[in-house]
Design a protein around this ligand. Sequence first.
Ligand code: ATP
Ligand code: MG
Length: 580
Amino acid sequence: MKAKNPPSTSNFVKVAIENDLESGAFNKRRWNGKPGTLSEHQEASLDEAKIRTRFPPEPNGYLHIGHAKSICLNFGLAKEYGGICHLRFDDTNPATEEHEYVDSIRESVKWLGFDWSHHEYFSSDYFDRLYEFAKALICADLAYVDSLDADQMRLYRGTLTEPGKNSPFRVRPKDANLMLFSEMKEGKHPDGAHVLRLKINMASPNVNLRDPVAYRIKHGSHHRTGDTWPIYPSYDFTHGVSDALENITHSICTLEFEDHRPLYDWLNQKLLELGFLQKPLPQQIEFARLNLSHVILSKRKLIQLVKEKHVEGWDDPRMPTLVGARRRGYSPEGLRLFTDRIGVSKADSWIDYTILEDCMRETLNESSLRKIAVLNPIKLIIENFKSDYTEICHAPNHPQKKELGKRDVSLSRELWIEKEDFSENPSKGYFRLFVGNTVRLRYGYVIKCTGFERDKQGSVKTVLCEYFPDSKSGSPGADTYKVKGNIHWVDANSSIKAAVILYDRLFATEHPGENGDFIADLNTNSKKTIEVQIESSAAEANKGECFQFERHGYFTVDSSSETGNLVFNRTVTLRDSWKK
Ligand code: ATP
Ligand code: MG
């Protein structure tokens, strides 16, 4: 059945949800959690949620922009259809998971603008129940303990073109299985000695159904359960069951899990038949993961970048992590706009990084106050301006938002201007400063260039000019001056020195790692620090605050800044500098 009026931003996930809402597929839901184990809030939310989605990160690294897509999708759908989105930490691997990651994941989801309210869960909270289910599956002859070693298991599994073979342990009697499984739980066997496998079909064309592993022995301390468990359930055994226990309606995941869906359905169906779960069961829907040009979106590889010190930590502004994006000055609004704009599809593709940057420009243009900064300063001396005199000019804080008013910027005899705003040998069409030419000092006077001076190395050090006293912006005489150039400047008497860090792509190639080692594709020039001059009103800027530096782009005060020692990250240029 097709949805009658799919909204214009519809996609196949929304169509599936609308069909389910229309057919009432999820109307009669009951919580699958153990009776009496639900909190008051969970009980209360049972009936109020029309759909239930979840964002299920494994706490083994920091979230990245790919995760942002999944977060916006899951939380966004819940919001749009009157549902609830759970935050579930999929923590079934003691070796790689840490509490530091749990905290940072919570922070990042909140920063993106989403709220899971009381619905925070951990797969490790279900360990007792999962163990109970595993025993029931053994009793129902649907699981067995296998004692092949890892190499043998691989040989027995077959290949994509050849069926697998039954393990000799597949026929182990139930009681022996129960006893061994219980010994595994008591820690009597070393890592790798046995595994618990689901008994499905070793000849299945889908390798995921060839008796997948449900439990492994892993002696290691878990970030929440400590040393309680020497055995841990596999992702496939845990994930779908956790969805069902939490009464998830639509379990949205990335395409690589498409071939796992028959297993997801098989397991929940068997647990339903055994009386542990109730209808309706959750359904898994897959979408294409985000691939972003010039970017790596794999936690394993991001960890390598940090550990091998190719970057300065998880929140290095060049990193695609959400903590890195935040430090760089990317806005949560921009990331949400980006995920909306790229949409949801069923086919893998690469998204151009410039689309993300455009979304940042759009949102930052709206929210950022304006400041004036000279990034590559040379002196400008107004020779007919009194030396001990300072004049106040007025610059709008936001040209599209008159209500934000204007700020004072001082002007005196010596100013800083951009080196590139003066030319000794101007080419045709160059309208800025050259000897004999007139330009406007933005928000100030019209000036005429009268000469210049060089330093010992021969580079231009100082530009000389005269100003026209009746040409001040906003004054009655201003309009009588017609000039083609309009340059920005700061007052050398009051401007402050600051550091600006200019970033380029972290990887020099569009699809890093495509031809082998992704480390070899790192851009060796991805970061450059320059010393700049900024108008004095920027002195009070707070960490994390983002400004538009006129004519340059968006710049955010870095977390390493201190009073009197400001450091700005260039968040994004004003225009796409990659189009050239
Ligand atoms: P990685 O490959 O970086 O290790 P992962 O999928 O193993 O990522 P999880 O913590 O398991 O990391 O991911 C949580 C959720 O985010 C999953 O539902 C996953 O499908 C989704 N996700 C991860 N990477 C992307 C991506 N690039 N685009 C969209 N969704 C993603
Ligand atoms: Mg994963």
